[in-house]
Design a protein around this ligand. Sequence first.
Ligand code: TGC
Ligand code: FAD
Length: 340
Amino acid sequence: MGEAGFLGATITGYGCAGISDVAMGLITREVEKVDSGYRSALSVQSSLSMGAIHDFGTDELKGQFLPEMAKGNVIGCFGLTEPNHGSDPGSMETTARVDPNREGVYLLSGSKTWITNSPIADVLIVWAKLDGKIRGFLVDRARCPPGTLETPAIKNKTGLRASITGMIHMDNCPVPKEYIFPDVEGLRGPFACLNNARYGIAWGTMGALEDCIERAREYALSRKQFKGNPLAKYQLIQKKLADAVTDATFGLLACVQVGRLKKQGLLVPEMISMIKRQNCDRSLVHARSLQEIFGGNAVADEYHIGRHVANLFVAQTYEGQSDIHSLILGRAITGVQAFC
Ligand code: TGC
Ligand code: FAD
């Protein structure tokens, strides 16, 4: 991906491609046609890790990390979710404190879980509370003394198996003050990065759905049941395909429109909640429905449809589960927040 110029591709400078949000969306769609885990790797490196450094890091941090991250030589991850706090990251327990023995050093302690790429990350963007306020820290694995940082992998996942996911355990993990994002405080920091990643998921899930449609169409044309007729001849099968193609088309058009509004500076985050929720939900519903066309063969991995279904459940869950995006939209519509 680094060689192809996909990583951090919307960033201008630092060896990045500087393409539009719509162009990035089109790349994301093609990548997730292959597998949602590939798109996850792309999203985490580009929107969540490089994006955080680009938007909130100092010029020194940008110059030091972005060019190598754009090439894929340095891998990033984004640690927000904790074992006890997923949908509600504002309640996070990970803390930072001033090192009593060394000037200009902070010590991070706490655990993050379900972190894409954490076991292989060189650079870990960690959100933690300093004096009760959420701040962003860049943890450079190479600078962490033994025993202060552990990133075990979470094994035997049922979805997103092409992507490595792990935990981040920090025990007085030292971070120099130059590696703190200086000007961002509160959830605005991580959510700003998530806006771009969620936008990418809305595009990506349409790619996964398109791959399901293509595979189901080919199968329905070749598989014959009842007097030698292909499954594609039957109206119930055609309806499944028609419903899926319709939502894939509407979903892509919505992404294009949101991408254009983003470029014009007319975007509000609720637009992203709307397309993230809708495209994740519809792609999962249709992938499950198209799966039925394969009958028992759907269970065999060589037909790929089951892999997409398992992946799309994850896409619907991470970066704000769909019901959480319903509440974000509900709050915008009514002015009343229903989270707690
Ligand atoms: P709330 O009061 O709503 O907001 C707190 C502060 O944040 C600001 N804010 C935003 N800023 C920019 N963009 C957005 N979309 C924003 N949403 C909120 C807000 O203005 C406020 O700022 P300030 O300055 O006034 O403090 O906070 P809340 O605690 O009530 O939030 C509730 C809720 C549900 C909206 C939020 O917590 C939420 O979205 N939960 C979902 C958690 C989530 O998305 N986690 C993602 C983890 S990362 C991940 O999953 C990566 S997977 C990667 C992969 O493999 O592809
Ligand atoms: P919970 O918050 O416990 O929610 C469980 C269920 O309850 C959900 O259906 C939710 O919608 C519902 N719920 C919660 N609160 C409410 C409410 N107020 N009203 C109604 N319903 C509610 N996180 C990162 O920080 N970085 C990563 O790189 C990352 N990668 C991931 C990769 C994978 C493969 C997976 C599975 C997850 C990843 N995550 C990552 C974590 C992901 O963001 C969380 O799983 C997600 O935010 C949901 O949090 P949770 O799992 O703790 O569920």
